[in-house]
Ligand binder design. Structure first.
Ligand code: AMP
Length: 488
């Protein structure tokens, strides 16, 4: 990290990452687990070398039909921990639904469904992913064609059931993934209803990063004699992640500190978490107008737009994703080096979930919190609840961050210049005239401004007046002193 000459008064905090966990060491091989040759073939192709701890611990009891309560770190490989045994419990000659997997968000539904498709590709598995925000038609057609596994969000699962789109009498197993998130999102009743539909249920697999008190009610009610696997002891987010705090320079808008952090850290990619939908949009657009490759993700976007933006960040085609907590759970972007908490979450568990997007499967990660005096209370709660201390980093001054930005841009411009075969004489003459003009600085700034303007947003497919009115609303937030820039 670069060194800065920041004022001494900045408040800073620290925790150092522990050593990376050994995820290969003495664990058994996939062969030794007793997987079918179809599944082994898929694993070889995917490139998983050895089962991760959660997969080793879950496989035998889940395959034997036991109920499981698994408390496991986010990013630990827990999806495959239930997919692998389930693939061995399906009767492939029967195309009635046999397993239902319930997850809190559409993004997670797609991801979990993807893991079923990848690991089950040679087994003859038929599965469907059902979630709201998109039409029933295609999901209906797949259900009608016959499926072994249904992965879905609670509301849409119940909708399909009420329409008579699938039968439940052959469902022998249910998985609740990110169960704590489903409870905190108010899905308790829906989950109860789903349990009540499954008259032939023999097995419940419950996965959760945390165990809030109402989880025990659910466990007592629906899970007889569960095997409990607790892999959360080495705590959720801190073992290979460096947790850093930058103090917010309150003399300017908060987003200036964000830009200073981006310049100082220079992450190849990052998710920037905000507490409100409006803020994600405003921040992403502000960054876009400053020449950063940024897009926002919140629940106002259509499902297609959400999927498009997620696909971009996962493919490494987007540098900065500015998101609400819908991106905080379960979402797996394996290489993501950095998470920035533009706003600190008030709930320490949410800090864990957001932070868990980086440092996945043994890779190092950085979680950066932006802390102003007003955030100190939340920060202390997070630190004491999680038993961590954030590491102090010095926020670059405004001048330093502007200089870093300028240097970076000049490097970029030079690279483009080198790559360009020839520039028309008209332009080089114009450039000379501009540089000789007394208003050279203003004229060049105007050109840079035009150059930085982002192309029209590719994924924002909402009505323009709605976007504008939301921007106008967030315009006057005042408390952080941040206003979106006006277009000249
Ligand atoms: P999850 O906790 O299920 O979201 O998984 C986190 C990441 O671990 C995903 O990118 C998986 O593809 C990856 N993963 C799962 N199992 C293994 C394994 N045995 N070896 C290496 N990576 C894995």
């Amino acid at each position: 990290m670069p060194l800065f000459y920041a004022p001494k008064s900045y408040i800073v905090f620290a925790v150092f990452a522990d050593a990376e966990p050994d995820i290969s060491g003495s664990s058994p091989t996939f062969d030794a687990l007793g997987l079918s040759e179809h599944v082994l073939r898929a694993i070889m192709e995917i490139g998983y070398k050895k089962p991760l701890q959660v997969q080793v611990e879950c496989f035998a009891p889940a395959k034997a039909g036991r109920n499981l309560v698994v408390q496991s770190r986010t990013g630990s490989g827990k999806t495959a921990a239930f997919v692998l045994p389930i693939l061995h419990r399906i009767d492939y000659s029967n195309s009635s639904p046999q397993v239902v997997v319930v997850v809190p968000t559409r993004e997670l539904a797609l991801q979990v469904h993807g893991e079923f498709e990848r690991l089950g590709r040679y087994t003859g598995l038929k599965s469907v992913c059902i979630y709201g925000g998109t039409g029933f038609g295609e999901q209906f057609n797949r259900l009608m064609a016959g499926v072994h596994v249904i992965v879905g969000t609670p509301g849409r699962l119940l909708d399909h059931y009420r329409r008579g789109n699938f039968r439940t009498d052959q469902v022998h197993a249910i998985v609740l993934d990110e169960a704590d998130e489903m409870l905190s999102a108010g899905f308790y009743d829906d989950i109860q209803k789903i349990f009540e539909l499954l008259s032939n249920l023999k097995q419940v697999l419950l996965f959760s990063a945390t165990m809030p008190f109402n989880m025990e009610n659910l466990i007592k009610r629906y899970m007889k004699d569960p095997v409990r696997i607790d892999l959360s002891k080495d705590q959720v987010c801190v073992d290979r992640i460096t947790n850093v705090a930058y103090s917010v320079d309150t003399s300017g808008p908060r987003i200036r500190t964000l830009i200073a952090i981006i310049e100082a850290e220079d992450p190849t990619a990052a998710i920037i978490f905000c507490n409100t939908r409006q803020e994600t949009e405003v921040v992403a657009k502000y960054l876009g107008r400053r020449g950063y490759d940024a897009q926002y993700l919140n629940s106002d976007l259509s499902q297609t737009a959400r999927e498009a933006v997620m696909a971009k960040i996962k493919a490494g085609e987007l540098r900065l994703l500015v998101a609400t907590d819908i991106a905080a759970r379960g979402i797996d972007i394996s290489f993501l080096p950095c998470v920035i908490h533009f706003d600190l979450p008030t709930d320490p568990q949410q800090y864990i979930h957001r932070t868990g997007r980086t440092g996945r499967v043994g890779r190092p990660g950085r979680a950066i919190a932006m802390v102003s005096v007003k955030d100190l209370h939340s920060l202390r709660r997070i630190e004491s609840a999680l038993g961590i201390k954030l590491k102090q980093a010095e926020t670059p001054t405004r001048e330093e961050s502007l200089k870093m930005l300028a240097d970076r841009k000049i490097r970029e411009f030079k690279e483009r210049l080198d790559a360009k075969p020839a520039i028309p004489e008209e332009f080089t003459t114009l450039a000379k005239e501009i540089l000789a003009d007394p208003d050279a600085e203003g004229l060049v700034s105007l050109l840079v401004d035009a150059y930085m303007s982002p192309p029209p947003a590719a994924v924002d497919d909402r009505a323009p007046d709605r976007r504008e009115s939301e921007l106008a609303r967030s315009d006057g937030r005042g408390t952080r002193g941040f206003r979106p820039p006006r277009r000249r």
